[in-house]
Ligand binder design. Structure first.
Ligand code: SF4
Ligand code: SF4
Length: 483
């Protein structure tokens, strides 16, 4: 297994002197302590706690309904999120959610660079955890590199096996948690461990767990550098006021080794210790400037601050700052963080518009959806008395947990009557029943009196009134012989 600084993957395509891909072995990042490292631990703990514990949260939806707070019920074709229940026909909520997530990511990037990649992304969280496991069993960077160089022995094989077994256990827990979102978590967990779960459940554990093991254990930074599309376009969302991890070259250069207590007169503050590179999970040398391989985890800031403290130099040679501030500081000017800028305003506005549209639409949901399908064969029938008849399949989605009687009437075709198979005939309005939480399907015939509905197409509206007085109108067309 190759390793070491020579093997570190760095993409600095802009410099033109480094290939886009260079085969490399494992990079063993050095452990660091500091503010950002603590933030990363807390973020990891919070995200993993939510991921593993959320399926066990309960939410009372009344008798007969699942009481799991977050559930994707594939057989029942529903998704539940606390008090929200989404039917397949309401997939636009998912679209809205994806849109919100996308814009939030853009906003996050415009404000604080790749903070998502560095602190919140699943790949980062699991890689961080896997590296820590490896560190606990095999030691930190120097011991780890020594371990790689050591000859093969039973002890070496045993410790590598222990690392892999621990990774497998974490990956399996990840896969198991995934499946818990698709069925009652307690029952699914019992079934998994008693061998009674379906083959699909075991397959998902294998696939999700397998990817977790391979991507976080072995692919690691290659995922961020070579596989993730976000890394490729993230810089398009930055501007000079975005906070990114940056090296103050004007202060650090000319760099060079230094001894404790020596004067830094006439030279830069960078002591060329490479602590920033060695602690970087992707092996990036941030002193070359912002790079594709930098995921914005800020661990190099902690590493460099520790070095600065040791030499009694001001912290912040590497810092989370905007390029505008960096330039201002170089010239001795004032620095400030600009939250409100044209691009952040656009993102804030998009978030507000999409978010409010979703909230309003959820708040004013009638609990009833209607689908109408015009029968095509035949499109219409001319009756012996000169009237015209069209047939429709009329579906009512009763999304509330009570049986409901609805009133159905028509608009747009004067004198038209309704005939419902299995229900009333020759009426202008009729009652349709839908059991709780079901889709009720009716065959409905609309008959236009002689002299009406003869046009090839007449706009027709089905008007459904819910028991609580809400009106659901569905437009369709009434076909005639065009005479
Ligand atoms: S940690 Fe700081 S001082 Fe050391 S090489 Fe990196 S930038 Fe220079
Ligand atoms: S250069 Fe610094 S911020 Fe970028 S990935 Fe490496 S440690 Fe994280």
């Amino acid at each position: 297994m190759a390793n070491g600084e020579e093997a570190v993957p760095v993409i600095r395509a802009a410099r033109g002197d480094v290939p886009f891909y260079r085969e490399h072995g494992f990079h063993h990042p050095r452990a660091v302590e500091g503010t950002f490292r603590r933030v990363k631990w807390w973020a990891m703990a919070a995200l993993l706690a939510v991921w593993h514990l959320a399926p066990f949260l309960r939410w009372d939806r009344g008798p007969g309904a699942p009481d799991q707070a977050i559930l994707i019920d594939m057989p029942g074709r529903r998704a539940y999120f606390f008090f929200i229940e989404i039917w397949p026909q309401e997939v636009y909520y998912l679209t809205g959610l994806l849109l919100l997530a996308g814009v939030a990511l853009f906003l996050m990037s415009a404000l604080a660079g790749r903070v998502w990649c560095g602190f919140l992304c699943w790949q980062t969280v699991y890689t961080d955890l896997f590296i820590e496991v490896e560190r606990l069993i095999l030691g930190d960077r120097p011991r780890r590199m020594e371990f790689d160089r050591a000859p093969l022995s039973a002890g070496k094989v045993g410790r590598v096996a222990l690392v892999n077994a621990t990774w497998l256990a974490i990956a399996a827990a990840c896969g198991i948690s995934f499946t818990l979102y698709f069925g009652d978590a307690f029952a699914t967990l019992r079934e998994i461990f008693t061998g009674q779960a379906g083959s699909g459940t075991y397959l998902f554990i294998l696939v999700i767990g397998g990817f977790c093991f391979l991507l976080a254990g072995y692919a690691r930074e290659r995922v961020c550098v070579y596989m993730c599309p976000y890394a490729r376009f993230q810089s398009a969302m930055f501007d000079e006021h975005s906070l990114i991890v940056s090296y103050e070259a004007w202060r650090g250069e000319p760099r060079g080794p230094a001894r404790k207590g020596q004067s830094f007169e006439g030279r830069g503050h960078c002591v060329d210790c490479r602590a920033c590179v060695q602690s970087c999970p992707t092996g990036t040398d941030i002193r070359f400037g912002n790079q594709l391989s930098c995921i914005g985890c800020a661990l190099c800031i902690d590493a460099c601050n520790t070095v600065m403290d040791r030499f009694g130099l001001p912290r912040g040679l590497i810092s989370y700052d905007s390029s505008a501030n960096m330039q201002a500081r170089e010239k001795g000017g004032k620095t400030r963080f600009r939250l409100i800028r044209p691009r952040t305003l656009v993102y804030f506005a998009l978030l507000a518009i999409v978010g409010s549209a979703m909230v309003v639409s959820l708040a004013f949901r009638s609990g009833t959806e209607v689908n109408v399908l015009h029968e095509r064969a035949p499109l219409f029938v001319v009756l012996s008395n000169g009237g015209v008849r069209n047939g429709y399949v009329y579906k009512i989605l009763n999304m509330v947990r009570e049986d409901r009687d609805y009133r159905l009437s028509l608009e747009g075709l004067p004198g038209a009557t309704l005939d419902v198979i299995g229900g009333e005939s020759g009426v202008t309005a009729t009652t349709l029943h839908a059991d709780r939480d079901t889709v009720a399907t009716y065959r409905v015939y609309v008959t236009a009196p002689p002299g009406e509905g003869m046009a090839r197409r007449t706009a027709l509206t089905f008007v459904l009134t819910t028991p609580d007085g809400r009106v659901v109108k569905t437009g369709d067309m009434f076909a005639g012989p065009d005479k």
